[in-house]
Ligand binder design. Structure first.
Ligand code: ZN
Ligand code: ZN
Length: 238
């Protein structure tokens, strides 16, 4: 009952409440203070570990993976915090589909700690939702994450660079091979100038086709270094 009540609180009220009162862990329900996830569940979350610097696929060394050596993706660098596995997939679904916007703060806190000591981009650009999807959902989880990262790292963010012009079906619901075709013309750049170093923010890096389409637009406008930062990296297709 208490958990259900807390789950529908607006984000700011939830933040205030969580500072004053213990809150139930999103994964096990144990009451904890100041955290969306209790310490025990937090320590059990699977970190990605060593990964290809260009596409974030898990590898045992810090050099490029075979995919990037043979067919490099559009982006220069990728960072993901977790492999896209249980229970991280459940937490991301909570953030994305169930209005648990406080999880953007939780993920940004962990991502920011890992990203703090590298050369910082000039701007964070969230992967946009099509206006129809935005209207249905009420928020863009990638922009929520970008805003939380912006505060954590002191890097500006804006959702006024890229727009989604095609209301593509959910990438997760169509066959793997059709995804590239589906997404490649989905974005449009609406600014004529972009900074030299950009990080694109999204929740999950899956096939990379979504990210590639966005990176191409930014590259054509003059961006030199483009990174993809995501909460999780899907690894099942490789
Ligand atoms: Zn827990
Ligand atoms: Zn790679």
């Amino acid at each position: 009952m208490a958990r259900e009540f807390l789950s529908i609180l607006p984000h700011r009220i939830w933040q205030l409440y969580s500072k004053l009162m213990p809150i139930p862990c999103r994964l096990c329900g144990t009451m904890s203070q100041h955290q969306a996830i209790c310490l025990a569940c937090l320590q059990n979350l699977p970190l990605l570990g060593d990964a290809c610097p260009r596409c974030a696929l898990p590898i045992s060394n810090a050099y490029l993976c075979g995919h990037c050596l043979h067919q490099p993706p559009e982006q220069d660098l990728s960072f993901s915090l977790f492999p896209y596995l249980d229970p991280v997939d459940r937490l991301i679904a909570d953030l994305k589909y169930h209005d648990k916007l406080f999880l953007s703060q939780f993920f940004a806190q962990l991502m920011g700690d890992k990203l703090r000591n590298r050369r910082q981009p000039d701007l964070l650009i969230p992967i946009p939702l099509h206006p129809n999807r935005l209207r249905q959902r009420g928020y863009n989880q990638s922009f929520e994450l970008a805003k939380a990262l912006s505060i954590k790292l002191g890097i500006p963010t804006s959702n006024r660079y890229l727009i989604r012009t095609i209301d593509t079906k959910s990438q997760a619901s169509i066959p793997f091979k059709a995804r590239k075709q589906n997404i490649q013309h989905a974005f449009k750049l609406i600014q004529t100038e972009v900074p030299a170093h950009i990080a694109i923010i999204d929740d999950v890096l899956t096939t990379g086709h979504t990210a590639n389409a966005a990176v191409k637009q930014l590259r054509q406008a003059g961006a030199i270094t483009i990174e993809i930062w995501t909460i999780a990296r899907a690894i099942r297709h490789y």
